[in-house]
Design a protein around this ligand. Structure first.
Ligand SMILES: Cc1cc2nc3c(=O)[nH]c(=O)nc-3n(C[C@H](O)[C@H](O)[C@H](O)COP(=O)(O)OP(=O)(O)OC[C@H]3O[C@@H](n4cnc5c(N)ncnc54)[C@H](O)[C@@H]3O)c2cc1C
Length: 387
């Protein structure tokens, strides 16, 4: 067994682990990122790329997302065009009077929280997005909603982190965490022992497994999302698009189960359309199902009938790391010194990656994060910690 050492070990090379590594190296701290497969092998490589603000709950959730969105402008400059960041604006599509009333309330609260967002009429929606059918009554429009290539973002963050001195250990699962006297001492993979005083749990939907290795109970559940990819076409869509029902289903598991889960839609820079996605509690099963894919197609086609002729070239599923209150779990864990959480971003991890990376890096460097970590700590779930 190899013996080695690091100042900080990050478990997981998804977008969250990559962002933390990136922001740490900017502070002169050189972490070791340990990934059991390849970078972006988890949800960060099996998702949409919406950097959406309209889908965030007014309050902490939205404030965090706005702060993250601000950092994307800088990330796009530092990481370059390969991340395909596009400040395209986004539409949240409304199909009936109930949704109109609900979204009207949500927009008022979001505006009060500092988000530029407005309600626009159906004709205006069709002027902005000519493929939208008459079924749509109105939409929320925010110029801050944006898009990025999540896979490319993860790799670009890691590449920049490595240029700044971070190390990446790929294809090696963390299988053990050594602790003594209530603090972290080392992590183990099948091939080596790494002495390290700080371990960041950025294992996404697998964060509970890593938590258990340190005796910490983490209330994260995998929530599967199935997605369709169409053949590439010249530009058909100009904005990131979600239906109002998609936001409602995010915060209401009953609605998601009922099949009324709405849809998200975007056209990647490559020209392929991504049409998503289900929200299912199906354990760690990452297979797609005929029923799931059919449900997604049935939701989108009445609103975008022109897409019926587009060939679907691929389907895939990813596991959103779901927490009971919809917020990520971030920062130190009271019961285990040196063990930090950075997981549980559900369907928002791409959008929240930049601020998460910065907050964790600031804390590790001994600075006050731009956002207080307190409201995001594990201890907010009163029964969460192992006895
Ligand atoms: C269908 C779908 C659509 C989505 N759309 C959006 C969207 O439009 N916008 C948005 O912001 N978010 C979206 N999300 C959510 C987003 O994908 C996630 O929140 C984000 O990718 C989580 O990143 P992560 O780094 O925490 O987890 P992951 O990307 O899952 O990374 C965790 C990593 O940890 C590794 N790991 C696990 N166990 C171990 C171990 N023992 N040792 C070492 N490594 C380990 C895994 O292999 C994995 O690479 C979507 C998700 C899905 C499923």
């Amino acid at each position: 067994m190899n013996e080695t050492a690091a100042d900080v070990a990050i478990v997981g090379a998804g977008v969250i682990g990559a962002a933390i590594a990136f922001y740490l190296t900017r502070r002169g701290i050189r972490p070791l990122v340990i990934e059991k497969e390849d970078p972006a092998a988890g949800s960060s490589g099996a998702c949409d790329g919406l950097v959406f603000l309209q889908s965030k709950k007014p309050g902490l959730h939205l404030e965090l997302a706005i702060e993250s969105r601000r950092r994307f402008e800088e990330l796009a400059q530092v990481l370059g065009p390969e991340i395909e960041f596009r400040p395209s604006g986004g539409l949240c599509l409304i199909e009936n009077e109930d949704e109109l009333a609900a979204l009207g309330r949500s927009i008022a609260a979001q505006r009060a929280g500092g988000l530029p967002v407005e309600l626009i009429a159906g004709e205006e929606v069709r002027r902005l997005e000519p493929l939208v059918s008459e079924r749509i009554l109105a939409a929320g429009f925010s110029p801050l909603d944006a898009q990025v290539n999540p896979y490319a973002l993860t790799f670009a963050l890691l590449r920049a982190a490595r240029a700044g001195g971070a190390r990446l250990l790929g294809g090696e699962p963390v299988v053990g965490i050594e602790t003594a006297a209530g603090r972290v001492r080392a992590v183990r993979t099948p091939r080596r022992r790494i002495a390290v005083p700080i371990v960041v749990n950025a294992a996404g939907a697998h964060a509970p497994e890593i938590g258990r290795l340190a005796g910490v109970e983490v209330p994260i559940t995998p929530r599967r999302g199935q997605l369709l990819v169409t053949a590439a076409r010249p530009p058909l869509l100009r904005h990131g698009l979600i239906s109002a029902r998609y936001i409602a289903a995010k915060f209401n598991p009953e609605l998601a189960r009922s099949g009324e889960m709405g849809f998200s839609l975007e056209q990647a820079e490559s020209g392929n359309l991504l049409i998503g996605s289900t929200r299912e509690f199906a354990g760690y099963d990452r297979r797609t199902s005929f029923e799931g894919i059919r449900a997604v197609a049935r939701r989108v086609l009445p609103v975008f009938p022109a897409l019926a002729s587009l060939p679907v070239i691929r389907t895939f599923a990813g596991l959103r790391p779901y927490t009971p209150d919809g917020l990520p779990i971030l920062g130190p864990v009271a019961s285990m010194e040196g063990f930090l959480m950075a997981a549980g971003h559900e369907g928002d991890g791409i959008a929240l990656s930049a601020i998460t990376g910065e907050m964790l890096a600031a804390h590790i460097a001994g600075d006050s994060p731009r956002f207080p970590l307190e409201p995001f700590r594990l201890e907010r779930f009163s029964t969460a910690e192992a006895a």
